[in-house]
Write a protein that binds this ligand. Structure first.
Ligand code: BES
Ligand code: MN
Ligand code: ZN
Length: 503
């Protein structure tokens, strides 16, 4: 669906031919020599400055015979002003890709050729990667539950990229961008699927499928084994459920001498709150409570495809729904986590930390990873603090935190670090058990992370609270309403650049 072509733009016979233009203050935008005479009148009339998101359509039939390209329609997309920061350049290209995908869909184009602009500020492969991500992510739609409608524009079938740069570098970039963007689209699919379809079983099936396709081993810890292992957190959350819990584990081992990164993602397939029931308004959104698990499992799809040789990656997805009922866990109940720590359940709606605690404790004991990253739609409080624009980051290790911040910046998925500390951990003291599962209203995002911190010991660990960014993320051309597919690309970026934490 996206590939590099050596075809000359003027000979392209598809539906839409795209050029990029760079804003140049109030001067004529910068663009390919060949299209200057097209851009100039649009700029002169004040219609087009090449600002981000700005577009103009031109029709080949209106051009003179000699200059007329084979493609009937030309789109010129604005990139905005030149940027110096490489992450900003990437984002600029991703946004342009998203704009192109949206415009192409509106005019029902099926085959689209994008001519990449000349840019000294970014490597050719990185340029092609970012544009590809924008095109693929912006081309996303989910309408498998709607009846066929001929009036609904369908996604673009084929994107082609070309440019005056080395075809090898273009191909490398397109491949990288396609891998991560398709993985993130898969995460969006999982989230869009309703809770009555995307059950814990589906996480297990997806994991087993990865195991068949790639050099990845998949293990699923079933309910009976959880009982034997003493995973009281996952079991407690699952008590009110009609479907069994699963702990899906994926192991990618490149070399036993390599450092091991462990990923854990909250796979809560529907969060009703349990006995501490959530209000009805907006409860349907709680089918998205599995977005951490989706990010982790789709990042593993990319790992399977790329087979990095610098790191081993272990992924754990604890999966269950959180339901009410006669068998459900109740406020006041005391549970025992994997490893023996007891916890007093104050609020059954603080369930994410319960399933993550078992997965973290088990994964660290079993795999002795060099670093751990967990991702979860963990608290409403993070939306109050950071809105829908930044993921909350909490970590016990500054190097790991810095790496996540930088991976997120590069992927266009920014994070913001919040503190941890004994003052916050104290809020979790229980009168009857080792800890309790809520720390009251103040600093809800931090006390949730402090709960997880109880289970990681001294292992370098970072926690990403994606409750604000997993859906309803910052409006962008390449991010639809609904689930954003957040963190898949950040994780792959982190993995691609991985090196040992301490020399
Ligand atoms: N899944 C929710 C967090 C959430 C809330 C995500 C809103 C997205 C939007 C989580 O399980 C939860 O219910 N957290 C509680 C914790 C509280 C009971 C301590 C919350 O944030 O209210
Ligand atoms: Mn909850
Ligand atoms: Zn939840």
């Amino acid at each position: 669906m996206i590939s590099v072509t050596g075809k000359r733009p003027e000979n392209f016979k598809g539906d839409l031919l795209v050029y990029c233009a760079i804003q140049h203050k109030d001067k004529m935008p910068l663009c390919e020599e060949g299209i200057k005479k097209l851009v100039k009148p649009a700029w002169k009339s004040g219609d087009f400055k090449a600002k981000p998101g700005e577009t103009i359509f031109l029709y080949s039939d209106l051009l003179g015979h000699a200059a007329k390209p084979a493609c009937p329609r030309i789109l010129i997309v604005g990139l905005g002003e030149r940027k110096e920061n490489i992450d900003e350049v990437r984002e600029q290209l991703r946004l342009a890709g998203g704009t192109v995908a949206g415009a192409a869909r509106k005019c029902r184009a099926r085959k689209v050729l994008v001519v990449l602009p000349q840019m000294k500020e970014i490597l050719v492969a990185d340029k092609a990667e970012a544009m590809s991500e924008g095109l693929v992510l912006g081309n996303y739609s989910f309408d498998c539950y709607k009846k066929e409608d001929k009036d609904r524009p369908s996604p673009v079938r084929n994107f082609y990229l070309t440019g005056s740069d080395s075809a090898t570098s273009l191909r490398l970039g397109v491949k990288r961008g396609r891998t991560t963007a398709l993985a993130a689209c898969r995460a969006r699919d999982m989230a869009n699927e309703p809770g009555n379809f995307w059950t814990p079983e589906k996480f297990a099936e997806f994991g087993k499928d990865l195991g068949k396709k790639y050099a990845i081993k998949c293990r699923v810890i079933e309910k009976a084994a959880m009982k034997k292992l003493g995973m009281g957190g996952i079991l407690a959350v699952n008590q009110g459920s009609a479907s069994p819990p699963k702990l899906v584990i994926l192991e990618y081992i490149s070399n036993t001498k390599n450092p091991t990164l462990m990923l854990v993602g909250k796979g809560l397939t529907f969060d009703s709150g349990g006995v501490s029931l959530k209000p009805a308004a907006g409860m349907e959104d709680m089918k998205y409570d599995m977005c951490g698990g989706a990010a982790v499992i789709t990042a593993m799809q990319a790992v399977g495809q790329e087979q990095p040789n610098n790191v081993n990656v272990i992924a754990l997805i604890p999966a269950t729904d959180n339901m009410s009922g006669g068998a459900a866990v109740k406020p006041g109940d005391i549970i025992t986590h994997f490893g023996g720590k007891t916890s007093e359940i104050i609020n059954t709606d603080a369930e994410g930390r319960l399933i993550l605690a078992d997965a973290l404790a088990y994964g660290i004991k079993k795999y002795k990873p060099d670093a751990v990253v967990d991702l979860a739609t963990l608290t409403g409080a993070v939306i109050i603090g950071l809105g829908h624009h930044k993921t909350g980051l909490l970590a016990n290790d500054d190097t790991l935190a810095a790496r996540l911040l930088s991976a997120g910046e590069s992927a266009g998925e920014p994070l913001w670090r919040l503190p941890l500390g004994p003052e916050y951990s104290k809020q979790l003291e229980s009168k009857v058990a080792d800890i309790k599962n809520t720390g009251g209203r103040p600093a809800g995002t931090i006390t949730a992370a402090a709960y997880l911190q109880e289970f990681v010991g001294k292992t370098p660990w970072a926690h990403c609270d994606i409750a604000g960014t997993a859906w309803g993320f910052t409006e962008k051309s390449y991010v639809p309403k609904g689930p954003s597919g957040i963190a898949t690309r950040t994780l792959v970026t982190l993995i691609r650049n991985w090196k040992p934490l301490k020399k």
